[in-house]
Design a protein around this ligand. Structure first.
Ligand SMILES: CC(C)(COP(=O)(O)OP(=O)(O)OC[C@H]1O[C@@H](n2cnc3c(N)ncnc32)[C@H](O)[C@@H]1OP(=O)(O)O)[C@@H](O)C(=O)NCCC(=O)NCCS
Length: 191
């Protein structure tokens, strides 16, 4: 299935746009940063050429884990993060979002929350999905609060599903349906 080129998504705090060749080095750096990818070490970034090829192929591949948008801070336009989504099951319609602010100094300012809001909004607008999901380590408080603040509901817990820092971690499963998103959708200004 060929998907349309993703649009640019404008929020109040951030703008999401598809990665360009000049973003590749920064995305590669973030994808290899042990502080950022430790929880996902088993999905470590491939070598450079393969990494770039995956980024470029992502729009045509629903299951791709590659970044689908970079996050730019407004109004300056500095690139502060990356987000994506992937088809997470071979049979069920499970599309999960993921999100990373690569610059730790930019966290806790609402950029992550607005980025995910724009991403989920676009997924429901552009695709015939009835549910969008996300998973996060039980210890990842910013991530679970972000999801809860957007109206995602806890749906379960995968026990001992993620190995990092020398032990297995439980993972929380979150989801939101199209109708819940419509009724819980915060105003674009975050109010
Ligand atoms: C998870 C992440 C994207 C959140 O983005 P962010 O811009 O820092 O978060 P926001 O400022 O939008 O805040 C979202 C919620 O998290 C809370 N939060 C943010 N930083 C926090 C912290 N250090 N401790 C506790 N809560 C925090 C906010 O208070 C807010 O919750 P609230 O609405 O209930 O008050 C960001 O922290 C990040 O990139 N982390 C590393 C990568 C990662 O863990 N990605 C998610 C994998 S599942």
């Amino acid at each position: 299935m060929t998907e349309a080129t993703p649009p640019t998504l404008e929020g109040r705090l951030v703008r999401l746009r598809p990665p360009r060749p000049e973003d590749h080095a920064l995305l590669f750096e973030w994808s290899n940063d042990p502080d950022l990818v430790a929880p996902f070490a088993r999905f470590a970034a491939p070598p450079w050429e393969e990494f770039v090829a995956e980024l470029e192929r992502a729009p045509e591949e629903p299951s791709s884990l590659a970044a689908r948008f970079v996050v730019e801070r407004r109004p300056g336009g500095e690139t502060i993060g990356m987000v994506g989504y992937y088809s997470a099951h071979p049979v069920l319609t499970l599309v999960d979002v993921w999100y990373v602010l690569g610059r730790p100094s930019e966290r806790g300012k609402g950029y992550g929350r607005e980025s995910v809001r724009l991403l989920v909004d676009n997924l429901f607008a552009a695709k015939a999905l009835e549910r969008v999901g996300a998973t996060c380590d039980v210890d990842n408080i910013p991530s679970s609060r972000l999801l809860a603040s957007l109206g995602f509901r806890p749906e379960g817990r995968f026990r001992s599903a993620l190995y990092h820092h020398a032990r297995w971690h439980d993972v929380l499963v979150y989801g939101i349906t199209r109708s819940e998103w419509r009724s819980a959708l915060p105003a674009p200004d975050g109010s």
